[in-house]
Design a protein around this ligand. Sequence first.
Ligand code: ADP
Length: 724
Amino acid sequence: MAREKTVSKKPAGAETAPVEEKTPAAVNVLSEKAAVPAAVEKKAAPAEEKTAGTEKKTTAARKKTAAASKKTAAGKKTTAKRTTAGTKAAPATEEKVAAPVELKAEPVKETAAPVEKKVEPVKEAAAPVEKKAEPVKEAAIPVEVKAEPAKEAVAPVEVKAEPAKEAVAAPAEGKNETGKKKTASAEKTASGAKKAGTSGKKRASAKKAEPEEKKDEPVVTVEETAPVEESAPVNEVSNLPRRSIAFIGSECHPFVKTGGLGDVMYALPRELARLNCDVRVILPRYACIPKEYQDKMVYRGEFYMDLGKTGRNYYVGIMEYIWDGVVYDFIDNQEFFTSGNPYTNLVDDIPKYCFFSKAALAALNYMNWIPDIVHCHDWQAALVPVYLRTLFRDTPVGRAKSILTIHNLRFQGVYNIPTIQYWSGLPREVFGMGALQQNWVDANMLKGGLAYADRITTVSGTYAGEIQTSEYGEGLEDHLRYHSGKLRGIVNGIDYGMWNPETDPALAENYGLGNVLDHKMANKLALQKELGLEENTDKFVIGLVSRLTDQKGLDLVNAIVPQILDGNTQMVVLGTGDKRYEDAFRFYEDAYKGTFSACIQYDEARAHRIYAGADALLVPSRFEPCGLTQLNAMHYGTLPIVRETGGLKDTVEPYNEFTGDGNGFTFDRYDAGLLLGAINRAKTLYFDNRYHWDEVVQRDMDKDVSWELSARQYKDLYLELTQW
Ligand code: ADP
C-alpha cells in the first residue's frame, strides 16, 4: 500500500496554533474562541467539560489560520486547486452554527492490559440541522437530469456530544481468534477455477435510492438513471442471515490500486456478497480512475455538505457502478479528487479524507441506504467511526455498527490538532488522549478511529499481536493494547478470479494442480526470454514483487545479492519505490547481465508472469501485516521464502526436511545471514531433491488461500455485532 508516511508536518501557520499550549482545551481556544472550555485534564481524556457558545465569530480567524497553515506547509504545492473548486460551492446557505454543546467527558484511562468495559450508552442529543439551501443544479455531470424534490442527507451540524468515551472492549472470547492457520483442502483447489469461470446468479441488491425528504432543505436533486448492472458471480448465495455492509476505503482494484488494500477492497465485498451480504463499496471518484470505468458509472444524485470549520458547503456527487453483486458508489468532488494519484501529501490528504469520510456517511443517509455495518479501512477512512458516534449519531446511519481494519499501521494520518479540527469539524472532546490526540501538538486520525470503532480488525492474527508491542506498534501499541478486547486478526485471501493459473491470460501457458509440473517450465522459459535472462530451465529463478520500501526487507536482499547469484540462480525484481532500492537493483542488473533483472515499474501482467515463471518468491519483510505476494506465489506453484512476521508467519509453514511437511522456507530474525540461509535451504531442496520440491509445489497450489474462509470470519464478526 503505497500510502505516504504519516509524518506530521506542522504548517507554519500552525504557529498560531498551540505549539506551547499545554492542554487540549488550550488548543481549542484559538479555533473556538466562543467556546467556553472548562479546564480539561491533561491526562487521558477530558474529565468534565462544558462548552458553550458558538463558533461563528471566529470563523474568519480560523479560516485565516488554516489557510496559512496549509499554504506554508504545502510549500511548493499549490493551493489554487482547492480554492478554484469553490466554483462548486453551494449558493449562500445560511448555516446554523453549533448550538451550545454540553460535554461531559469521562476520564479515559489507558492501561496496558486489555480491559473489559461496560458499555455505557452514549447519550447525545443532536439537534437536527436546519439548513436553507437554494436550489442548485450541478452541471458538471452529463447525465439525464430532472428536478426532483429536495433531498439532502447532511450531518447535523449541532451536536450535543457525549464525552469521548473509550469504545467498549469486546468480550474476552473475541480475542485474536484467528491466529490459526488455514487448512488446505484438496477440494478447494478446484473451486478457484470454478469461481473464476462462472457468471452470476446473484444480482446486485442495491436498494433504490429514496432519500428522505427533509423539511427546510429545498435543494434540487436529480433523478437517477438506473444503474448499470454488470454480470454477477454464479456462486450460490449462502443461507447465512443477511446483513448490509458499507465498505469505505481509499482504493479498490480495478479502479485504483497502490497495494494490498486495493486487492482486499475488491475481493472481500464480492466474497461477502456470496455469503448473503448486501455490500456497497464507497470510494473517492479520483480523476485517475480509468476511463472505461468512469464511463460505466451512472449518476446517482448529489447534495451539498458543510465541512469542518471551512464555512463552506461542498458538492458531493454520487456516481454508481454495479458489478458482480457489489454496488460501487464513488464520491465525486473535483476539488478533492483531481490528482493523478490517490495519495499526494498529507497537506492535501488530510482535508481530502476528512471530506471523504464525512461525505461517505452523508451519502448513505442521502441514498437512504442504512447499513448494519460500516466497515472502514486504514487511516483514510478512520474518521468514519468517529463521525458516526458524533456528528452523525442522530442521523439514520448512526444506528450502524462500525469496524475499522488496519491494513498497515505505519500510515496513520497524523497532523497538528488545529488543522484536523478545522477540516473535520469534530467536537472537541474527541481530541482527547483517549481518542484523536497523539501528543500536545498532533492529532492522529487512525488512533481516533480505533477508539470509536466497535471492532478493530487487522489482516492476520500474528500482526494483531505484534502491533501491541513497541517493535511493531508504530507508537500506538499502548492504545491498541487498551483496545485489544475488540481487536481481531483475520488473514486476507486472494481472489481466485484474478489469480488463477488455469485461466490467467497473462501467462505463456496455463496450468492447474494436475499439470503444473508439465507447464511451469514453459512459463520459466518465457519469463527468462521476456526479461533477457539466460533461457535455461536448470536455473533456479527467484522472484521479488514488491513496493520497494523499507518495510519490505530490501536491505537484507541487497546485502546478499552476490551470494544469491551463485551461477545456478537468477533473480527477477519487479517494483517501484524508494530511489535507493531502485538504483541498487538497477546496479545489480548491470553487474549481472543475463542473471539479474530489475523491472522498476508497476506491471500487473508481468507480476502474474513472475509468479508463474519463478521457482521461489522472496518476501523478507521487516513487518508484513498480511502480505499477498506469498499467497499469489503459492497459488501459482512458486515456493515462498519469507520472514516469520505478521501474515507471512500465519500463511507459510516452514518446510521440514524430516517430515516433508510445510509449504515454504522461513527465517525469523531480521538478518541477512538468516535470509541467505533460507534461500540456500530452498536451493538445496530444489537441486538435490526435486521430487520433494515438486510435492511442495503441488501442496502449495492445493492450499486454500481464497477469500472464502476469511470472508466467513468477517461475516461472523458482522453477525456478532448485529445480534437481533
Ligand atoms: P503491500 O500492500 O504492502 O504493498 P501486499 O503483499 O499486501 O503488499 O500486496 C501487494 C500487491 O500489489 C500484490 O497483489 C502484488 O502482486 C502487487 N504488486 C506490488 N508491486 C507490484 C508491481 N510493481 N507490479 C505489479 N503488481 C505489484
